[in-house]
Ligand binder design. Structure first.
Ligand code: SAH
Length: 262
């Protein structure tokens, strides 16, 4: 068996039922598929059995990428690259269905990057079916007033509808990780709050959630130059904690912040 590299978050999915279940989430016949971190090609093999139109793989590990080329090169496009350095908007001229048992050390970084780089109209994927560590997935799907609610929940909900598909036990992987995983399904929202620059949403949530247990008065005043009138107009109580503000309040606050700076 192949030696897994911890630095590349390599935990290979070895449970055949789970692999099948992931692929059967959606009909992929004649569709364009992208897989992130295919590793030894366990998922890829099942994807190919469903007769997709085209399959693109992005694998950073040189050794694994070379093995994948030997195994699949006839009907698959293999990019031996770092997914964080690929411009996802130019991968394919038709929209992609994306699968990925993501490298856990960079899973939120990948998702954030994709959301921040999304075009307003032409979106490069039709859906994402991604595996995260369970606790990361719990943060992504959290709603306000809960302990897991935070930056990644607010960012994801801004452009994507997210639903949990199922949990996956740690024993389904080799090497076995310490914690369980969860598969999530994402679809782009048709209607979303228009922002001038999504980086501002990232900035606002970063500053608000710097101290989860403290009141939002301080981060608010830092961002709005001690002008509490905007909070007053919006009916925001500055004695609340960051997890007590709902999604829309964060999007509106970002809009106000953008107006202030223009
Ligand atoms: N999909 C496979 C492997 C998942 S492990 C399976 O389920 O069995 C995560 C995979 O992502 C590994 O193959 C690892 O080499 C790859 N990887 C790690 N960092 C990456 C990056 N920055 N870009 C692309 N692939 C990466």
């Amino acid at each position: 068996m192949i030696r897994a590299k911890k630095s590349l978050g390599q935990n290979f999915l070895i449970d055949q039922n789970i692999i099948k279940k992931i692929i059967e989430t959606i009909d992929i016949k004649d569709k364009n598929i992208l897989e992130i971190g295919p590793g030894t090609g366990n998922l890829t093999l099942e994807i190919l059995k469903k007769n997709p139109k085209k399959v693109i793989l992005i694998e950073k590990d040189n050794i694994l990428a070379n093995q994948l080329i030997k195994k699949f090169s006839k009907n698959v496009e293999i990019l031996n690259k770092d997914v964080l350095k690929v411009n996802e908007n130019t991968l394919c001229d038709q929209s992609l269905i994306v699968f990925g048992n993501l490298p856990y050390n960079i899973s939120t970084e990948i998702l954030s990057k994709w959301i921040l780089n999304l075009n307003q109209n032409k979106i490069w994927f039709s859906c994402l079916i991604l595996m995260f560590q369970k606790e990361v997935a719990d943060r992504i799907i959290s709603k306000f007033n809960t302990k897991n609610y935070g930056r990644i929940s607010i960012l994801s909900n801004w452009r994507l509808d997210v639903k949990k598909i199922f949990d996956v036990k740690a024993a389904c992987f080799y090497p076995k990780p310490k914690i369980d995983s969860t598969v999530l399904f994402f679809k782009p929202k048709k209607n979303f709050f228009k922002l001038r620059n999504p980086k501002n949403l990232e900035k606002i949530t970063r500053i608000f959630f710097m101290h989860r247990r403290k009141m939002i008065k301080k981060p608010y005043n830092q961002l709005f130059n001690n002008d509490e009138s905007i909070a007053y107009q919006m009916g925001i109580n500055l004695n609340l904690r960051p997890q007590n503000l709902d999604f829309n309040t964060y999007y509106k606050l970002t809009e106000k912040y953008e107006c202030l700076r223009s």
